[in-house]
Design a protein around this ligand. Structure first.
Ligand code: ADP
Length: 469
């Protein structure tokens, strides 16, 4: 501010200082007052003038500064305002754009929902139609079964009567007196029996077809069932000098859940085929075992092997079709209806089982029936432990020294059998015998040990998966 001081104002200030310095101390005498007043008047006027202009200049400068600040604020506000406006415009554009998009999306979704509803309605109508068709088919099937059943009953009565009268005729006529009459009676007898067999088979199938699937509750011992079937077929087998043997482990049980009559029909049909297609003086073996399927579920398996005519390989897949007869059976004029195996397959399927065929034409056939095993509460406890036993067996066989391997395998094979792992147990027991056979050949033993361990580990894997599922 000092810079702005006018030189005149400075001179006045200096004059005032000088005046004050010259003034006498103490009270000012009356006489000096006017002189001082005159001197002071000059510089006071000057000071006042200067001060006024100084204040005005300062005020002007302040005003200018305030105006500049206000300008700056105004410019900033304008800038902010324009930014805000841009933001509002952008937001509005975005909202409008979003609205359009949203509306489009809603329209699309609506169209999608509409088309889905249409498809749903179409499916519902199809379902209603399919239900009606199923009902109609069921009714047709029932009528067909009723028809078959009635016709067959009507056929069975005269047929039984024919067979009865043929028997009577046979007893009335002395055999050997008239060979032509004997042979004619024989033909009537055989054909009447074939017809009766056909009628019975068709009746069985139509009964099985019309039965709604039901869970079985009866516990059936397959040894007893097969022994009864063997007994029924003993006359035919004895006539051809065919020996039928049953092979099973007496320590095991071979129980399944099912219908005893139906299962009896399965084995009568299979054993009767084995007898029918076998040469005289041959053998039929029926082997029982307990097996595990891929899901480690317990099954009882019955394998019926004969030394008969066998089945041409390419015809095997057709064996269970109704009325199918293999070409070699037809060529050899073996009597039959082609319905026995269809009945077997149907019954086995109803029992959630499986039937497998292995055959070589001219050498014989094996029909294997696998049925889900009956599991008693005690068996269930045992089965729960089998995973543990299997792991123990794997660890023991792996760790065994060569000299103790035989004993370890013997012990573990037995344990696996007890815990329902018959096949694995048999493999381990076989290893114990192989160890003895190849005791001087360490590398052979180690190879066999690895093979058995691999089977055990695979089973262990399957059991773990089953445990997790
Ligand atoms: P059928 O024995 O009355 O002809 P199946 O349905 O029992 O009817 O058998 C169908 C066909 O399967 C037989 O005709 C035969 O060709 C063949 N077959 C069944 N079992 C055997 C068997 N054990 N040995 C050879 N062929 C067999």
């Amino acid at each position: 501010m000092g810079a702005r001081l006018d030189p005149q104002f400075l001179a006045a200030l200096r004059l005032s200082d000088k005046l004050l310095a010259q003034s006498p101390d103490g009270l000012l005498p009356e006489s000096g007052r006017d002189a001082i007043k005159a001197d002071a008047q000059t510089f006071l006027t000057e000071i006042l003038g200067q001060s006024r202009s100084l204040v005005v200049a300062y005020q002007q400068e302040l005003d200018q500064h305030l105006v500049a600040v206000a300008e700056k604020r105004r410019a900033e506000s304008l800038r902010n305002l324009s930014l805000l406006s841009s933001l509002i415009i952008l937001t509005s554009i975005f909202i409008v754009w979003g609205g359009f998009r949203f509306r489009r999306q809603i329209r699309k979704t609506q169209a999608y929902i509409d088309s889905e509803l249409e498809a749903l309605e179409a499916s519902r109508l199809e379902l209603v139609e399919a239900n009606t068709t199923v009902r109609t088919l069921e009714q047709l099937n029932e009528s067909k079964n009723d028809f078959i059943s009635t016709v067959n009953h009507e056929l069975r009565t005269p047929l039984t009567s024919i067979i009865g009268y043929v028997d009577l005729l046979k007893s009335e006529i002395e055999p050997g007196v008239n060979a032509r009459v004997d042979s004619m009676i024989d033909v009537v007898d055989k054909n009447a029996l074939v017809l009766l067999n056909l009628v019975e088979s068709i009746l069985s199938l139509s009964k099985l077809d019309s039965k709604p699937p039901q869970p079985f509750v009866e516990e059936v011992n397959l040894i007893t069932t097969v022994e009864k079937a063997k007994y029924v077929l003993t006359p035919q087998a004895t006539a051809a000098n065919i020996k039928i043997t049953l092979d099973f482990n007496p320590d095991n049980d071979y129980l399944v859940i099912g219908d005893a009559n139906q299962l009896s029909q399965v084995f009568v049909n299979l054993i009767s085929n084995a007898v029918k297609f076998s040469p005289q003086n041959s053998a039929i073996s029926i082997r029982f075992s307990r097996i595990l399927n891929e899901e480690m579920e317990n099954f009882v398996s019955v394998a019926i092997s004969d030394q008969g005519i066998g089945i041409p390989e390419k015809e095997i897949p057709e064996l269970f079709h109704r009325f199918f007869r293999a070409s070699n059976a037809v060529n050899k004029q073996v009597v039959g209806t082609g319905l026995g195996l269809a009945i077997v397959a149907k019954i086995v399927e109803m029992h959630a089982g499986a039937i497998l065929v292995e055959s070589k034409e001219g050498h014989g056939s094996t029909f294997k029936v696998n049925l889900p095993a009956f599991i008693s509460p005690i068996d269930e406890v045992i089965l729960e432990k089998r995973a543990e036993v299997l792991k123990r067996a794997i660890a023991a066989i792996k760790a065994a020294e060569l000299r103790e391997l035989k004993a370890v395998c013997h012990e573990m094979g037995g344990a696996l059998g007890i815990y329902g792992l018959d096949e694995l147990g048999a493999q381990v027991l076989q290893l114990s015998r192989d160890v003895e056979t190849h005791r001087s050949n360490a590398s052979k033993v180690s190879e066999l040990r690895l093979q058995v361990l691999s089977s055990l580990e695979k089973a262990d894997e399957r059991l773990s998966k089953q445990g997790k599922s």
